[in-house]
Design a protein around this ligand. Structure first.
Ligand code: FES
Length: 102
């Protein structure tokens, strides 16, 4: 069931921020082109919050060791990460952002 997490205009271009949805840590990301994504916030390489990392193009980079993930799929893009992070369906309805972590 989708949960409303914020208004779309609260997401800043090229930034990520962490929310907890039904106990699940999620990184909400708006890339520099304005596309929005919801990924698991915990890096697959360690207990690090991805939302504290860097959004670059279609990727987010973990600050700890430089591992990168594709925003759209959560797929690993750069070592040392080799496992993906989950991605969650994100919809925008009437200016509000909804994410489904179920
Ligand atoms: Fe994220 Fe190592 S903890 S790359």
């Amino acid at each position: 069931m989708p949960t409303r997490v914020c208004a779309e205009d609260e997401l800043e271009l090229g930034e990520a921020f962490k929310v907890i949805i039904d106990g699940v840590p999620v990184a909400l990301v708006k890339d520099s082109a304005g596309n929005c994504f919801a990924l698991g916030d915990t890096c697959s390489h360690g207990d690090i919050s991805l939302s504290e990392g860097f959004v670059e193009g279609d990727e987010i980079e973990c600050w700890a060791h430089g591992g990168k993930f594709e925003l759209a799929t959560g797929a690993p893009r750069a070592l040392p990460v080799s496992d993906p992070v989950p991605v969650y369906p994100l919809t925008i309805v009437d200016g509000d952002v909804y994410v489904d972590v179920t």
